[in-house]
Write a protein that binds this ligand. Structure first.
Ligand code: ADP
Ligand code: MG
Ligand code: MG
Length: 252
């Protein structure tokens, strides 16, 4: 589904990603962990198509197509969902209208008819229940006046509604309380299917008490330097990242 090969990327002339490789297959949940400043959010930003980052080498293939060549809207239509900690507010546009437009764009891209009002509302009810989102929030303007926890819940609601093939969640180190962690984890667990995949980028071992990833990767100094099963997260929790630096030192 997603194949990242030898990705190098810079910001303001400083190289942040230094030859990153990652392969994600349908049905898999991948966790990317790593110390602060390793390049985790940079990776998420590049997959999201943010323009301030310059890709200097490597490729990103999504279902046989060049992801880096697509603009942000096209990525969404192709089934890539990118969530950030504080998605922008869209004053005056209700969540529901925003999602209906987004969903219909995805459907049109797949050659499907727009969803009927009745089916759409049924879907809103089903998915808001799934992520325990208050129906009132679903109708409010996108993220306007939302608390941190509500934004998080809303983000997972958006993910549930859009049913992406690949969801990329960057859970940065600030502002995620235990409740928000639980919401993200429940969302990821409930939406898991054999056809879709999720990449959860996290600084928190704790998140992985709730999500059971198929793979845990350590991103360090711009590369994925270690990959293991879910138990790797526990090892990182216990030992931190220093032992990985030492292992790398011994290899060099
Ligand atoms: P992580 O998410 O793993 O903590 P980031 O990807 O946010 O790491 O950052 C990686 C490195 O890139 C850090 O050294 C950070 O200072 C630098 N960096 C990130 N964004 C910018 C930016 N907009 N301008 C300059 N440097 C940046
Ligand atoms: Mg950081
Ligand atoms: Mg980060």
């Amino acid at each position: 589904m997603l194949n990242i090969k030898n990705l190098h990327a810079s910001i303001e002339g400083k190289e942040i990603l230094k030859g990153l490789n990652l392969e994600v297959k349908p049905g898999e949940v991948h966790a990317i962990m790593g110390p602060n400043g390793a390049g985790k959010s940079t990776l998420a930003s590049i997959l999201a198509g943010r323009e301030e980052y310059e890709v200097t080498d490597g490729e990103v293939d999504f279902e046989g197509k060049d992801l880096l060549d697509m603009d942000t809207e096209v990525r969404a239509r192709e089934g890539v969902f990118l969530a950030f900690q504080y998605p922008v507010e869209i004053p005056g546009v209700s969540n529901i209208n925003f999602l209906r437009t987004a969903l219909n764009e995805i459907r049109e891209h797949k050659g499907q008819e727009p969803i009927s009002a009745k089916d759409f509302m049924a879907m809103v009810r089903e998915k808001s229940k799934l992520v325990e989102l208050d129906a009132k929030l679903a109708s409010r303007a996108v993220n306007e006046g939302f608390s941190g926890g509500e934004k998080k819940r809303n983000e997972i609601f958006q993910m549930a509604m859009l049913e992406p093939k690949l969801a990329i969640l960057d859970e940065t180190d600030s502002g995620l309380d235990i409740d928000a962690l639980r919401i993200v984890a429940n969302g990821v667990n409930k939406l898991k299917s054999k056809d879709n995949a999720t990449i959860v980028i996290t600084h928190y071992q704790r998140l992985l008490d709730y999500i059971v990833p198929d793979f845990v990767h350590v991103l360090y100094n711009g590369k994925i330097v270690k990959t293991g099963p879910k138990e790797l997260a526990l090892e990182l929790e216990e030992k931190g990242y220093d032992w990985i630096k030492q292992e790398l030192g011994e290899m060099a």
